[in-house]
Ligand binder design. Structure first.
Ligand code: ZN
Length: 187
């Protein structure tokens, strides 16, 4: 567990449909004050939106870094910052899928069942340029996969059946009035 940088500014969350959400982000190569400032803003925005994770492109920055503060299956909270992540999930006999509900701050309010492996490990680089890794189960496993997907330009609708995707968009449209443009800065 690592402390998340504080003191950031809450930024408007970028929605699905914006190009930055649907193409791979650039690798982080400079572990400098600019990166720390971006990550602090990501943390502030994640908490303001009451999310468990946030990827840089969700505040419009096409850079491979995500943050999380998320409980595992036992309810223990894990926090971290991961740059340039690679995800490993169980294969073969060890591969067990969870079909729990999933949502995304970039399509706020709507949730639909999405199959994910019940555990996952992510490896990458921390804010200081050092190797880091996290592993988890429950919601944390889902979160690590979801956020790493974002940095590859994948949103979870891309992993759904046509039917589930339609249900998700219908629900999001119904709730749109609760999440005006600029959310969560507009609260
Ligand atoms: Zn998301």
């Amino acid at each position: 567990m690592s402390a998340l940088p504080a003191g950031g500014t809450v930024r408007a969350i970028t929605r699905w449909g914006e190009p930055v959400m649907h193409k791979p982000c650039r690798e982080v190569t400079s572990f400098d004050a600019e990166l720390r400032s971006l990550v602090a803003d990501m943390v502030a925005t994640m908490y303001a939106a009451e999310g468990v994770g946030l990827a840089a492109n969700q505040i419009g920055a096409g850079l491979k870094v995500f943050v999380f503060d998320c409980p595992d299956a036992d309810g223990h909270h894990h926090t971290g910052v991961v740059c340039n992540p690679t995800v490993r999930v169980p294969v073969g006999r060890d591969r067990v899928l969870d079909d729990d509900e999933e949502g995304c701050l970039s399509l706020p309010g709507a949730f639909v069942a999405c199959a994910r492996t019940d555990s996952a490990e992510v490896r990458g680089i921390d804010l200081h340029g050092r190797p880091t890794s996290y592993a988890g189960d429950g919601l944390l496993a889902r979160c690590l996969q979801h956020e790493a997907d974002h940095l590859d330009g994948i949103v979870f609708a891309d992993r759904l059946s046509t039917r589930a995707r339609k249900k998700l968009y219908k629900e999001a449209a119904r709730l749109a009035v609760d999440f005006p443009p600029g959310w969560p800065t507009s609260r």
